[in-house]
Design a protein. Sequence first.
Length: 236
Amino acid sequence: MECDALLRKKYNIHTSGNNVPSPLSDFKELMTSYQCEPYILRNLAKLGFKEPTPIQRQAIPVLLSGRECFACAPTGSGKTLAFICPMLIKLKCSSADGIRAVILCPTRELAAQTTRECKKLAKGKKFYVRLMTSELKTADFSKLRCDILISTPRRLQFSIRRKRLDLSRVEYLVLDESDKLFELSLMKQIDSVVKACSNPSIIRSLFSATLPDRVEELARTIMHDAVRVIIGRKNS
Ligand code: ADP
Ligand code: MG
């Protein structure tokens, strides 16, 4: 559409892929077009977020449309919300069926920070958002309510190996800071997580500040019909 092109130009959004969904013109569109519940808009307002950042404008509708996504946008540009917001909208509410979303972060510090952000946006809705800690690593997840699990690849692999958790119902898998995940040589661990998330209708996404060739390669091997979103210039 003409206005899609204008919005993308205005916010320096570059996309590739089939039928890329329209970018958001504002957060209200989440309610009018995507059945977003009011609690999310309330939380966005409380956080002082008046309008979506460029990566949020494009990545949120891509994920809400059920498309896989690999996205590259500078550090500090709001990538966390770009994957948490569609995740909460799509999960709708907590369920007793086990883990439905997994977010992989390269370090414990980032995992903890992402957990805090997720809880802020989920406030007012009874989701079970859990950070994989050293205590949880050995816990039996079948006895724990958990909708969204946030972890480093190492800790998650530890639990998978010990058969402590079932990831076969995971509907959303996010690899955050995927360039760092590579730098830290976490590929084997990521591989085991990707395998354990065996639900055929899973939506995977990959977020990064730079898009080195091996990250693009990974995206192309694990994703199907993905939309690529780049804000500004690749690797800038
Ligand atoms: P990135 O992962 O791209 O490095 P973050 O997701 O950590 O960036 O976000 C950077 C900062 O911007 C955070 O403090 C976050 O709360 C804030 N932020 C996110 N989205 C918005 C928005 N729409 N409006 C204003 N600030 C935002
Ligand atoms: Mg980030």
